[in-house]
Write a protein that binds this ligand. Sequence first.
Ligand code: UDP
Length: 263
Amino acid sequence: MNKGSKLYEGKAKILYETKDKNLVIQHFKDDATAFNNLKKAKVEGKGVLNNRISEYILTNLAQCGIKTHFVKRLNMREQLIKKAEIFPIEFIVRNIATGSLTKRLDISEGTVLERPLLEYCYKKDQLQDPLISKEHIYSFGWATETEINQIDKMTLRINDLLLGIFRGIGIKLVDFKIEYGKTWNKDTDEKEIVLADEISPDTCRLWDVKTEKKLDKDRFRKDLGNVIQGYQEVARRLGIMPEETNISEVNFGKTTSIKFKKK
Ligand code: UDP
């Protein structure tokens, strides 16, 4: 699949056009950002791992009946996806209280929530993605009530499936962010809502079940060190460590340099 011109460059990914107007290439960068771009760094190998992890998760969700934008992985950093009109909303799901929720409402860190909590944020960097209610979404036409009802159901189902995938490898899914878009379905000739963007340690909080060690982007946000080792540990437990790496085991505490063979 030939890469066309750049459509969009975000903090961690770039989208390129393809010859097919309904398909785009999603490229995963090594750039990490936090606190609305105030903190920036390159985490070598992150893009390769997120590409692989997100492929694995979205493929598994699709096998369970969730419609996604994912078509196929093209190489170490790129995947082919369906072009989608993205809703300007971040859909956040929380199973355990941490992060902004604990600060905003003074909830104790680590509180296990009785049921998953769904939150909506308006995707707007200049405003730091503010928390919004469904009424804001309907008032400003960011999505219709019918669309949100369908998305809420999909989101809860995705949460159940992800909780299972991660529990099975000794990881607690604390919270995560997902995005949705509308794509054209060539079989029905209609638009349909699909899960878009990515699901990776950049967008989820993942804690080891026994030690509660963080295996996600909080290692970067909180300067905990061993950022790439956390992501690698997730990939290793999922059984998808890219073969190209020259690392055979993940060693917390030691600084391990990772080299990916260039394709
Ligand atoms: N999240 C994300 N992108 C964002 C904001 C949040 O992927 O722009 C994820 C984050 O990694 C976490 C969940 O959404 O898994 C909830 O994040 P929270 O609102 O607690 O973010 P904080 O403000 O604490 O970083």
